[in-house]
Design a binder for this molecule. Sequence first.
Ligand SMILES: O=C(O)[C@H](O)[C@@H](O)[C@H](O)[C@H](O)COP(=O)(O)O
Length: 242
Amino acid sequence: MERVWRYATSADLTEATAERLMRRLVAIQAAQDGPARLCLTGGRIANRIYEAFTELVDASDLDQSRIEIWWGDERFVPTEDPDRHAGYTLAILARKLPMTPSLTHPMPAADGIADNDASAAAYAKELGETRFDITLLGMGVDGHVASIFPHHPSFAEQAHSVIGVSDAPLGPPSRISMTVDTLNRSRQVWYLVAGEDKAEAVAESIAGDPEIPAGVVRGTDTTLWLLDRSAAGLLPYHSCSF
Ligand SMILES: O=C(O)[C@H](O)[C@@H](O)[C@H](O)[C@H](O)COP(=O)(O)O
Protein backbone atom coordinates (compact mmCIF):
# COMPACT_ATOMS: atom_id res chain seq x y z
CA MET A 1 0.00 0.00 0.00
CA GLU A 2 1.35 3.41 -0.94
CA ARG A 3 -0.22 6.59 0.33
CA VAL A 4 0.52 10.30 0.22
CA TRP A 5 -0.31 12.58 3.15
CA ARG A 6 -0.09 16.28 2.46
CA TYR A 7 0.18 18.95 5.17
CA ALA A 8 -0.19 22.70 4.85
CA THR A 9 3.18 23.52 6.40
CA SER A 10 6.34 21.71 7.40
CA ALA A 11 5.42 22.44 11.04
CA ASP A 12 2.11 20.62 10.53
CA LEU A 13 3.98 17.77 8.86
CA THR A 14 6.36 17.57 11.82
CA GLU A 15 3.62 17.51 14.47
CA ALA A 16 1.38 15.08 12.62
CA THR A 17 4.23 12.70 11.84
CA ALA A 18 5.46 12.67 15.43
CA GLU A 19 1.92 11.79 16.52
CA ARG A 20 1.58 9.16 13.79
CA LEU A 21 4.91 7.63 14.82
CA MET A 22 3.83 7.44 18.44
CA ARG A 23 0.47 5.83 17.56
CA ARG A 24 2.13 3.34 15.26
CA LEU A 25 4.87 2.33 17.73
CA VAL A 26 2.30 1.80 20.50
CA ALA A 27 0.23 -0.34 18.12
CA ILE A 28 3.28 -2.37 17.06
CA GLN A 29 4.24 -2.98 20.69
CA ALA A 30 0.70 -4.15 21.42
CA ALA A 31 0.72 -6.51 18.46
CA GLN A 32 4.07 -8.26 18.90
CA ASP A 33 6.45 -9.54 21.52
CA GLY A 34 9.84 -7.91 21.73
CA PRO A 35 10.74 -4.41 20.70
CA ALA A 36 9.32 -2.25 17.92
CA ARG A 37 12.17 -1.87 15.42
CA LEU A 38 12.67 1.63 14.11
CA CYS A 39 15.26 2.71 11.55
CA LEU A 40 16.15 6.40 11.64
CA THR A 41 17.32 8.95 9.10
CA GLY A 42 19.22 12.21 9.35
CA GLY A 43 18.02 15.54 8.00
CA ARG A 44 16.29 18.67 9.23
CA ILE A 45 12.72 17.43 9.04
CA ALA A 46 13.59 14.17 10.77
CA ASN A 47 15.34 15.97 13.60
CA ARG A 48 12.31 18.15 14.19
CA ILE A 49 10.11 15.06 14.23
CA TYR A 50 12.36 13.44 16.85
CA GLU A 51 12.06 16.58 18.98
CA ALA A 52 8.26 16.58 18.68
CA PHE A 53 8.12 12.84 19.32
CA THR A 54 10.02 13.06 22.61
CA GLU A 55 7.55 15.70 23.77
CA LEU A 56 4.77 13.13 23.39
CA VAL A 57 6.39 10.32 25.34
CA ASP A 58 5.19 11.19 28.84
CA ALA A 59 1.51 11.31 27.89
CA SER A 60 1.69 8.20 25.71
CA ASP A 61 1.27 4.45 26.23
CA LEU A 62 4.69 3.79 24.75
CA ASP A 63 6.74 1.11 26.50
CA GLN A 64 9.99 3.02 26.47
CA SER A 65 12.01 -0.10 27.14
CA ARG A 66 10.74 -1.83 24.01
CA ILE A 67 12.07 0.24 21.12
CA GLU A 68 15.03 -0.89 19.08
CA ILE A 69 16.77 1.84 17.12
CA TRP A 70 18.90 1.56 13.99
CA TRP A 71 20.23 4.08 11.50
CA GLY A 72 19.80 3.86 7.73
CA ASP A 73 22.99 5.78 7.10
CA GLU A 74 25.69 7.80 8.76
CA ARG A 75 28.29 10.37 7.85
CA PHE A 76 31.63 8.66 8.56
CA VAL A 77 33.14 11.29 10.87
CA PRO A 78 34.45 11.09 14.45
CA THR A 79 31.97 10.57 17.29
CA GLU A 80 32.19 14.14 18.51
CA ASP A 81 31.74 15.67 15.04
CA PRO A 82 28.45 17.62 14.93
CA ASP A 83 27.93 16.34 11.36
CA ARG A 84 27.23 12.88 12.69
CA HIS A 85 23.52 11.97 12.48
CA ALA A 86 23.49 9.80 15.58
CA GLY A 87 25.01 12.37 17.92
CA TYR A 88 22.18 14.86 17.66
CA THR A 89 19.46 12.25 17.43
CA LEU A 90 20.65 10.34 20.48
CA ALA A 91 20.81 13.55 22.47
CA ILE A 92 17.18 14.29 21.61
CA LEU A 93 15.80 10.81 22.18
CA ALA A 94 17.74 10.30 25.41
CA ARG A 95 15.64 13.07 26.98
CA LYS A 96 12.78 10.57 27.23
CA LEU A 97 13.94 7.12 26.17
CA PRO A 98 16.32 4.89 28.14
CA MET A 99 18.44 4.14 25.03
CA THR A 100 19.30 0.65 26.29
CA PRO A 101 22.69 -0.22 24.73
CA SER A 102 21.54 -3.64 23.46
CA LEU A 103 18.65 -1.98 21.61
CA THR A 104 20.46 1.13 20.35
CA HIS A 105 22.57 0.70 17.23
CA PRO A 106 24.35 3.85 16.07
CA MET A 107 26.59 3.23 13.07
CA PRO A 108 30.34 3.23 13.77
CA ALA A 109 32.21 6.54 13.84
CA ALA A 110 35.57 7.34 12.26
CA ASP A 111 37.40 7.09 15.55
CA GLY A 112 39.69 4.15 15.06
CA ILE A 113 41.69 2.45 12.38
CA ALA A 114 38.67 0.89 10.64
CA ASP A 115 37.71 2.60 7.39
CA ASN A 116 34.10 3.06 6.24
CA ASP A 117 34.05 -0.31 4.43
CA ALA A 118 35.23 -2.27 7.48
CA SER A 119 32.86 -0.28 9.70
CA ALA A 120 29.98 -1.04 7.34
CA ALA A 121 30.84 -4.75 7.49
CA ALA A 122 30.76 -4.63 11.30
CA TYR A 123 27.35 -2.95 11.21
CA ALA A 124 26.07 -5.51 8.71
CA LYS A 125 27.03 -8.24 11.16
CA GLU A 126 25.25 -6.46 14.01
CA LEU A 127 22.17 -6.03 11.82
CA GLY A 128 21.96 -9.63 10.64
CA GLU A 129 18.53 -10.33 9.16
CA THR A 130 16.74 -7.65 11.20
CA ARG A 131 13.56 -6.35 9.55
CA PHE A 132 12.41 -2.92 10.56
CA ASP A 133 8.85 -2.23 11.55
CA ILE A 134 9.23 1.38 10.43
CA THR A 135 12.01 3.03 8.45
CA LEU A 136 12.07 6.82 8.29
CA LEU A 137 13.74 8.37 5.27
CA GLY A 138 14.53 11.94 4.32
CA MET A 139 15.03 12.55 0.63
CA GLY A 140 17.45 14.85 -1.17
CA VAL A 141 16.59 17.06 -4.14
CA ASP A 142 18.35 14.44 -6.29
CA GLY A 143 16.12 11.67 -4.92
CA HIS A 144 18.82 10.17 -2.70
CA VAL A 145 17.79 8.28 0.41
CA ALA A 146 20.05 7.24 3.29
CA SER A 147 23.48 7.57 1.57
CA ILE A 148 22.42 5.92 -1.67
CA PHE A 149 22.84 8.45 -4.44
CA PRO A 150 21.58 8.36 -8.03
CA HIS A 151 24.20 7.76 -10.74
CA HIS A 152 26.70 6.71 -8.08
CA PRO A 153 28.25 3.32 -7.15
CA SER A 154 26.22 3.29 -3.91
CA PHE A 155 23.10 2.69 -6.05
CA ALA A 156 24.53 -0.34 -7.85
CA GLU A 157 23.65 -3.92 -6.91
CA GLN A 158 25.49 -4.74 -3.67
CA ALA A 159 26.81 -7.94 -2.13
CA HIS A 160 26.44 -6.67 1.44
CA SER A 161 23.54 -5.33 3.46
CA VAL A 162 25.47 -2.26 4.65
CA ILE A 163 28.15 -0.54 2.56
CA GLY A 164 30.90 2.01 2.88
CA VAL A 165 30.14 4.95 0.59
CA SER A 166 33.03 7.05 -0.71
CA ASP A 167 33.03 10.18 -2.85
CA ALA A 168 29.42 10.96 -1.94
CA PRO A 169 28.12 13.89 -3.99
CA LEU A 170 26.96 15.48 -0.73
CA GLY A 171 29.40 16.26 2.06
CA PRO A 172 30.92 14.67 4.01
CA PRO A 173 32.07 12.35 1.19
CA SER A 174 32.76 9.31 3.38
CA ARG A 175 29.64 7.56 4.67
CA ILE A 176 28.06 4.26 5.68
CA SER A 177 24.68 3.24 4.31
CA MET A 178 22.15 0.46 4.26
CA THR A 179 21.52 -0.67 0.71
CA VAL A 180 18.26 -0.50 -1.22
CA ASP A 181 17.64 -4.20 -0.55
CA THR A 182 18.19 -3.77 3.18
CA LEU A 183 15.87 -0.76 3.42
CA ASN A 184 13.34 -2.75 1.41
CA ARG A 185 13.17 -5.32 4.22
CA SER A 186 11.18 -2.70 6.17
CA ARG A 187 7.50 -3.35 6.76
CA GLN A 188 6.76 0.34 6.55
CA VAL A 189 8.80 3.05 4.85
CA TRP A 190 7.92 6.65 5.66
CA TYR A 191 9.31 9.42 3.48
CA LEU A 192 9.56 12.76 5.28
CA VAL A 193 9.87 15.55 2.77
CA ALA A 194 9.38 19.31 2.87
CA GLY A 195 10.17 22.13 0.48
CA GLU A 196 9.52 23.17 -3.09
CA ASP A 197 13.01 22.14 -4.19
CA LYS A 198 12.02 18.52 -3.52
CA ALA A 199 8.75 18.61 -5.51
CA GLU A 200 10.20 17.25 -8.75
CA ALA A 201 12.04 14.36 -7.09
CA VAL A 202 8.91 13.56 -5.04
CA ALA A 203 6.77 13.32 -8.18
CA GLU A 204 9.36 11.20 -10.01
CA SER A 205 9.85 8.93 -7.01
CA ILE A 206 6.16 8.32 -6.45
CA ALA A 207 5.91 7.48 -10.15
CA GLY A 208 8.55 4.80 -9.46
CA ASP A 209 11.47 6.23 -11.44
CA PRO A 210 14.07 3.41 -11.32
CA GLU A 211 16.92 5.89 -11.85
CA ILE A 212 16.56 7.40 -8.40
CA PRO A 213 16.79 5.64 -5.03
CA ALA A 214 13.51 7.08 -3.74
CA GLY A 215 11.85 5.60 -6.80
CA VAL A 216 12.67 2.07 -5.68
CA VAL A 217 12.82 2.01 -1.86
CA ARG A 218 9.45 0.76 -0.62
CA GLY A 219 8.02 -0.93 2.47
CA THR A 220 6.89 -4.54 2.16
CA ASP A 221 3.50 -3.59 3.67
CA THR A 222 3.21 0.17 3.44
CA THR A 223 4.97 3.20 1.98
CA LEU A 224 3.89 6.60 3.25
CA TRP A 225 4.82 9.91 1.70
CA LEU A 226 4.52 12.56 4.41
CA LEU A 227 4.85 15.86 2.61
CA ASP A 228 4.31 19.54 3.11
CA ARG A 229 2.32 21.44 0.50
CA SER A 230 5.46 22.61 -1.32
CA ALA A 231 6.99 19.16 -1.64
CA ALA A 232 3.63 17.85 -2.91
CA GLY A 233 3.37 20.72 -5.38
CA LEU A 234 3.69 18.63 -8.54
CA LEU A 235 1.37 15.81 -7.49
CA PRO A 236 -2.20 15.55 -8.73
CA TYR A 237 -4.52 16.94 -6.07
CA HIS A 238 -6.65 13.79 -5.93
CA SER A 239 -3.61 11.58 -5.17
CA CYS A 240 -3.14 13.14 -1.72
CA SER A 241 -4.86 12.54 1.60
CA PHE A 242 -5.28 15.51 3.94
O1 LIG B 1 23.08 12.65 5.16
C1 LIG B 1 22.91 13.81 4.82
O2 LIG B 1 23.82 14.54 4.45
C2 LIG B 1 21.55 14.43 4.90
O3 LIG B 1 21.09 14.31 6.19
C3 LIG B 1 20.57 13.91 3.87
O4 LIG B 1 20.76 12.63 3.43
C4 LIG B 1 19.13 14.15 4.29
O5 LIG B 1 18.54 13.03 4.90
C5 LIG B 1 18.29 14.54 3.13
O6 LIG B 1 19.01 15.41 2.32
C6 LIG B 1 17.00 15.19 3.54
O7 LIG B 1 17.26 16.14 4.49
P1 LIG B 1 16.37 17.40 4.86
O8 LIG B 1 15.15 16.89 5.54
O9 LIG B 1 17.27 18.19 5.75
O10 LIG B 1 16.08 18.09 3.58
